[in-house]
Design a protein around this ligand. Sequence first.
Ligand SMILES: [Zn+2]
Length: 262
Amino acid sequence: MRDPHDSASSAADDSASPTTAPETSAEQASPPRREFKARGSFVRRCDECNLPALNCLCPYRVTADSRSRVWLLTHPLEHYKPTNTGRLIRDVLPTTEVFTWYRTAPDPRLLALLADERYAPFVVFPDDQDDYAHRVVSMERVVARQCEGRIPVFVILDGTWRQARRIFRRSPYLAELPVLPLSTERLSRYRLRKAASAAHLCTAEVAVELLRQAGDEAAAGRLDDYFDVFNDNYAASRRHGKIEAPTPAMQRLLAARADTQA
Ligand SMILES: [Zn+2]
């Protein structure tokens, strides 16, 4: 049944939560101890970026500074998937914090950071339900907190829509945070998973748009380029091809990298 290569035909298998598997047992179990093996198991991957070595992402890795920060609260089933784009954010913005979400055991470090007065955390989530309408704020609030000298933090729930909704609903420590819905015209360019709609952005794209709207244009642009290179390289590997001519995003990242190393 499995294609021994990293086939696009199975690209949809992590786009939606499995409807048959009981989610509770998966959430409470330990994270998978080994890399996600469902597909691409026979492809040689780079140890650093986890992409197929043919189209390794490492030459394009360049960091950026940003005034806002990102903390990812990642569903355990998402953590080890090579198509996860949350990890791209940490590659570009080294201040990014990544926490694995467990329903019954919140990460003490996350709790400490949420209580830290230096930060103004916002949980990024759609404003489509009435029961938390009183918590919904807009990007102006983010900018206002920045003006008060606090560091705005986008808490992004990293998982499928269904997983994100569970994290939002079942994490009491998020219940006091302002809710920031992402309002954008952007359509997803992510090609590695089949989304229900082009309006559903992947995690890295969500971060790009938040950073851009909060005034961190340079960091947003760099992350967007890095995301594009990831997207292109991964898709090329599925076709067993190598990208020979550098794309504009690749050229910008290589130039930025040469600058930082000069
Ligand atoms: Zn690599």
